[in-house]
Ligand binder design. Structure first.
Ligand SMILES: [Zn+2]
Length: 484
C-alpha cells in the first residue's frame, strides 16, 4: 500500500493502511475505536463515544464557511471477517495484508475491509486536512453495521446537528444512492403429523442444485430460481404418483435466494421408472424455463434408505399447498426509478425439525415504502396462518424513501458532471443501508450514499478499484465545498 500512498494525492491510502493494521471485525471493533479516539485527541479533534460504541467527531467550519449547512459524513467501523478455509488468519489479532493486482487492491486471502474502510479513511482524511473547505462537519462512525446495524439502531436522536448526511457505504463509483429498502422478518412454524412407513415401499431423494442464489434484495429482479419454490412445484407435478413426503428442506440464509433444496419421498417400487422419467423431463423443462438466469440448474433423483416416518396425507397436502401458493419474489416496482424493485419477499429458509415435528420457515420482506412492507408481511403471515402455521414477525427496520427533490443529490450530481464530464447514475438499493435508520431518527436529514468501486465485499475476493478511490475523493471534497 506504500506505493499507493506515494502515488496518490489524498491521505486516504495512508489512513486505510492504519485501519488495515488494526483488527476490527464486527463485534470486535474496540481496538480501532480506541485508536481513532487517541488519534483525535492528538489532533485536537472533538470526539465522543456514545453508549453503543458509535463515534461522533466534530470539526468546525473552515474560514468563510461558518454559515453553510452542517454536514454529517458517515462510515461504519467494523468489517466482515471472511477467509478461505486454508488461510491462516486470526481476525482478532492479525493485520489485514494487502497486495496490488493491476487496477485493484486485494487482501491476501481474507476480506479487505474496503467496505467500509475506504469510507472511514476518507472521513479521517477530511477531519485531518485543514486545507479543505466545508461547513460545520460531524463524522459519524457506527459500530457493528455488518451484524444487524447495531450502531445505527442504537444511535440517539439529538446526538447529531447536521442537516445533510453523506453515507460512504455504497460500492460502485459513478452511482449515487438516494434510497434504500427496509426489511422485516416473517418466521413461520408449521406443525405436522407423522405416520409409519410401509416397510415394502422404496425411498428416493430428489435434489435441486446448481442455482445461482444471490442477495435476496439486490438480486431479486434477476429471474433466478428459488430452490425451495421450484422443488415444491416439482413435487406438485408428481401428483400422478401416490408418494409420501418424509423430508423437505432448502436454503440456509433468510437474506439469500435458496440455491439448493432436497426432499425424500416414499412410494411403491413399481413407480420407480415413471418417477425417474418424470424427474428427467421436469429437469429439461426447468433448464429451459430458467435458461436466461441459471446455467447449471440440475434436478436429480436417486434411491435412498427408507426413512422411519412420513407425513400424514393431510399434513403433506397442507404443507405443499401452502408452500406452492406462498407469494415470493418481486411484489412491486418503484414508480420513479426504472428497473428498481420497490417491494419483494424471499422465502429464504425451509428447515424440518423431526424431533418437534415441525417445518420452520424464514421469509424476508423488503420495501422502500414502510406501509407496503407491513402490508406484505401481514399478507404472508395470514397466508401461513390459514395453513395452521404459527407466525412471528421480527427484525423490522425502516427503509429510506427516495427523495427526488434532494438538495445534496443535486449538488453532488452537478459536481460529478463538472469533474468527470458525465452524468452519474441515480440509484435506489433494494437492500438495507444505515440511512433507513438515520431517516427514522432524524426525519429532516437530506441524505446521499456513494463510494468507490468495491467488488465481492464480504468475501475473501473483496477488492477495491484504485482509480475509483481517487475519483471518490475528488467528488467528496468538491461536494463538501459546494454545499451552501
Ligand atoms: Zn458496508
Amino acid at each position: 500500500m506504500q506505493t499507493l500512498q506515494s502515488k496518490h494525492a489524498s491521505e486516504i491510502w495512508s489512513y486505510f493502511a492504519d485501519i488495515c493494521a488494526i483488527p476490527h471485525p464486527s463485534k470486535h471493533d474496540e481496538k480501532l475505536r480506541q485508536w481513532i479516539i487517541n488519534w483525535a485527541q492528538e489532533k485536537n479533534i472533538e470526539c465522543v463515544k456514545d453508549e453503543v460504541g458509535n463515534l461522533i467527531l466534530k470539526k468546525p467550519a473552515s474560514a468563510g464557511f461558518e454559515n453553510k449547512s452542517a454536514i454529517i459524513l458517515q462510515a461504519h467501523l467494523d468489517m466482515v471477517p471472511q477467509k478461505n478455509s486454508n488461510t491462516e488468519h486470526d481476525f482478532l489479532v492479525d493485520p489485514i495484508q494487502t497486495h496490488i493486482d493491476g487496477e485493484w487492491l486485494h487482501a491476501n486471502d481474507t476480506t479487505l475491509g474496503a467496505d467500509n474502510g475506504i469510507g472511514m479513511a476518507s472521513c479521517l482524511a477530511v477531519l485531518a486536512d485543514n486545507t479543505l473547505q466545508h461547513g460545520p462537519l460531524e463524522v459519524l462512525l457506527t459500530t457493528d453495521e455488518e451484524t444487524g446495524m447495531v450502531g445505527a439502531f442504537g444511535l440517539k436522536s439529538g446526538a447529531l446537528q447536521g442537516s445533510i448526511l453523506i453515507n460512504t457505504d455504497s460500492e460502485q463509483e459513478g452511482e449515487l444512492y438516494v434510497g434504500c429498502a427496509g426489511g422485516i422478518n416473517v418466521n413461520v412454524n408449521m406443525h405436522y403429523e407423522k405416520m409409519e412407513v410401509e416397510p415394502t415401499d422404496s425411498a428416493y431423494e430428489i435434489t435441486l442444485t446448481g442455482l445461482k442464489g444471490g442477495h435476496s434484495g439486490c438480486d431479486i429482479n434477476l429471474g433466478r430460481a428459488n430452490a425451495v419454490k421450484v422443488l415444491v412445484s416439482v413435487l406438485n407435478n408428481l401428483a400422478a404418483i401416490p408418494f409420501h413426503l418424509s423430508t423437505l428442506q432448502g436454503g440456509s440464509l433468510r437474506n439469500a435466494i435458496p440455491r439448493e433444496a432436497s426432499t425424500i419421498i416414499v412410494c411403491d417400487k413399481q413407480y420407480q421408472n415413471s418417477l425417474e422419467t418424470l424427474i428427467a423431463t421436469l429437469n429439461q423443462q426447468l433448464v429451459s424455463e430458467f435458461k436466461n438466469a441459471e446455467d447449471t440448474l440440475s434436478l436429480q433423483i436417486k434411491s435412498t434408505l427408507l426413512p422411519t416416518s412420513i407425513l400424514t396425507n393431510s399434513s403433506q397436502k397442507n404443507l405443499l399447498d401452502c408452500l406452492f401458493s406462498c407469494p415470493n419474489g418481486i411484489v412491486s416496482m418503484d414508480d420513479n426509478f426504472s428497473n428498481v424493485v420497490q417491494s419483494s419477499s424471499n422465502l429464504g429458509v425451509l428447515e424440518q425439525n423431526k424431533t418437534n415435528l415441525r417445518f420452520e420457515l424464514q421469509v424476508l420482506v423488503r420495501s422502500q415504502v414502510e406501509d407496503e412492507k407491513q402490508k406484505i408481511a401481514e399478507q404472508i403471515s395470514q397466508h401461513f396462518q390459514a395453513h395452521l402455521g404459527k407466525v412471528r414477525k421480527d427484525g423490522n427496520y425502516p427503509g429510506w424513501k427516495p427523495n427526488v427533490e434532494s438538495k445534496i443529490y443535486k449538488i453532488m450530481e452537478a459536481q460529478y458532471i463538472k469533474l468527470f464530464d458525465n452524468k452519474p447514475k441515480t440509484m435506489v438499493i433494494h437492500a438495507g443501508l444505515e440511512c433507513g435508520l438515520f431517516s427514522e431518527k432524524y426525519p429532516h436529514l437530506d441524505m446521499i450514499s456513494f463510494g468507490p468501486t468495491i467488488k465481492f465485499p464480504h468475501s475473501p475476493d473483496e477488492k477495491v478499484h484504485i482509480d475509483s478511490v481517487d475519483k471518490y475523493w475528488k467528488l467528496l471534497i468538491a461536494t463538501l465545498k459546494s454545499i451552501d
